[in-house]
Design a protein around this ligand. Structure first.
Ligand code: PLP
Length: 454
């Protein structure tokens, strides 16, 4: 059998794939010395482009950047003594009840008879109505067109919601931005009916990983341009983490600018995961035009079976609009304080943070000013791991679903994402670790200089 077009040559002595230049498709240059000398780079490249030993299995489809980072962290003993390290990689908010002004989360839940049954794939009607009511109170006051329960579908978490949206799109051309949420990468490549272009636009806003938000009037302008031309999928999971309105509890949402809730092709997705600090509950929602919601609800019957009923029932009173507003005030002031602490310490260490992020709980940290050995995301990630700190290399947020661009030509290569979601004690621990990384390199440089003088 001829193998004319194969991209990998196998190194028979070691049984590991060797990278041929041809395999670095569309790249402009050879790997840098920095990359070739770096174990973490080789490990990454092998995991993502290496030999596939099981017929029919593409393991790259099963792993996101965050999973890969966690696996590397386990190799450094994180699973044995997690309390000694700081996980600033996972995009999870702190979940305790000790944030001032925040309501206490239920510690047990009642399970009704209906809670034992299969629930509707689109979610229970009372929760759908509670979500619609919250959006109307926060974003549609005084407007003629109001959301109803028929505009809302409950889904088992944000990612399940995104997958459902992808499942109902026709042969759509989809536009996206980089950097953006890592899971979009895998999601986009799962669906063969999605190509690149602009009949559907998918974006997180506020934005993961950059920690910036597009708000009115620019947001309204974008929606005006898209009206009757393209469907906007707005991932608003961080809408509550908004520091642009002096922590008044205002949530950023495209719902503010919708003319007709039945006609404007805007799908909003949010849930309890981030702004209600309940990632384990797996309760999220999609809000949009009735026909879209009907399709998204129905496809749950073959994709995931729907969100669990007891937690849906428990979520209803949490969405009372006044309660949510108070909760957002508490959330915003608490997380803004953490942001200021983190930015202050990183600046003291010499990191260049020109613009302070105005939303989410992420910092998109530019490493370009650091010594060469530390100035890319993978090497910095590795150095942090040795100090028991996890952060995520920026490369994972470079959406590249068709794998047309070599990952090391990525515009995100010199960045890492730092999450200030965890509690302040963990942030301090993590920043102390990063301080050690920076100090070790300064010390190393001094020693090298001293040796040169001798
Ligand atoms: C932008 C964005 N959307 C959606 C999600 C997914 O949320 P869930 O954990 O509910 O699947 C995340 C989680 O990190 C996210 O960052």
């Amino acid at each position: 059998m001829p193998f004319n077009n194969r991209k990998l040559s196998i190194n028979h002595r070691e049984g590991t794939p060797q990278l041929s230049k041809a395999n670095r498709r569309f790249t402009m240059s050879d790997p840098s010395v920095n990359e070739t000398n770096s174990k973490i780079h080789r490990q990454f490249r092998n995991a993502h482009e290496g030999h596939k030993s099981h017929a029919g299995l593409d393991p790259t489809r099963a792993s996101t950047g965050v999973v890969w980072c966690t696996e590397r962290a386990y190799e450094h003993g994180f699973d044995v003594e997690p309390e000694l390290g700081a996980n600033l990689g996972q995009g999870a908010p702190e979940v305790d009840d000790d944030i001032e002004g925040s309501f206490e989360r239920p510690s047990n839940i009642h399970i009704s008879m209906t809670g034992r049954e299969y629930g509707p794939a689109a979610g229970i009607k009372s929760l759908r109505a509670a979500v619609a009511n919250m959006y109307n109170a926060h974003h549609r006051e005084g407007k003629e067109s109001q959301y109803t329960w028929e505009n809302v579908c409950i889904v088992p978490g944000g990612r399940a919601g995104l997958i459902r949206i992808a499942a109902v799109l026709n042969n759509a051309y989809l536009g996206f931005f980089i950097p953006d949420y890592t899971a979009y990468n895998e999601m986009l490549s799962l669906f063969k009916n999605i190509a690149r272009g602009t009949s559907v636009i998918l974006t997180s806003n506020p934005r993961n990983p950059t920690g910036r938000v597009v708000k009115n009037p620019q947001l309204a302008e974008i929606q005006d341009i898209c009206r009757d031309r393209a469907t906007l999928v707005m991932d608003e999971f961080y809408g509550g983490y908004n520091y642009t309105s002096d922590c008044s509890g205002t949530t950023v949402s495209a719902a503010d600018n919708i003319d007709d809730v039945y006609a404007d092709d805007v799908l909003l997705i949010d849930g309890l995961t981030k702004r209600f600090r309940l990632p384990g509950w797996r309760i999220a929602w999609i809000v949009g035009p009735k026909e879209f919601i009907k399709a998204i609800g129905s496809c749950g019957s073959y994709l995931d079976g729907g969100a669990n009923v007891p937690f849906q029932e428990t979520a209803i009173p949490m969405l009372e609009p006044e309660k949510v507003r108070k909760e957002m005030v508490a959330l915003q002031s608490h997380f803004r304080d953490k942001r200021d602490y983190v930015v202050g310490r990183l600046r003291e260490m010499g990191f260049n943070i020109n613009t302070i992020p105005d939303s989410t709980f992420y910092l998109w940290l530019d490493l370009e000013g650091l010594p060469d050995e530390l100035s890319d995301g993978l090497n910095f990630f590795q150095a942090c791991l040795e100090e028991k700190v996890i952060i995520v290399p920026g490369i994972f947020f470079d959406l590249n679903p068709s794998k047309r661009r070599d990952l090391f030509d990525s515009p995100c290569h010199h960045f890492v994402r730092f999450s200030y979601g965890p509690k302040i004690g963990t942030l301090k621990l993590g920043l102390d670790g990063i301080q050690r990384v920076v100090d070790n390199f300064k010390l190393g440089a001094h020693l090298e200089q001293a040796v040169e003088y001798i």
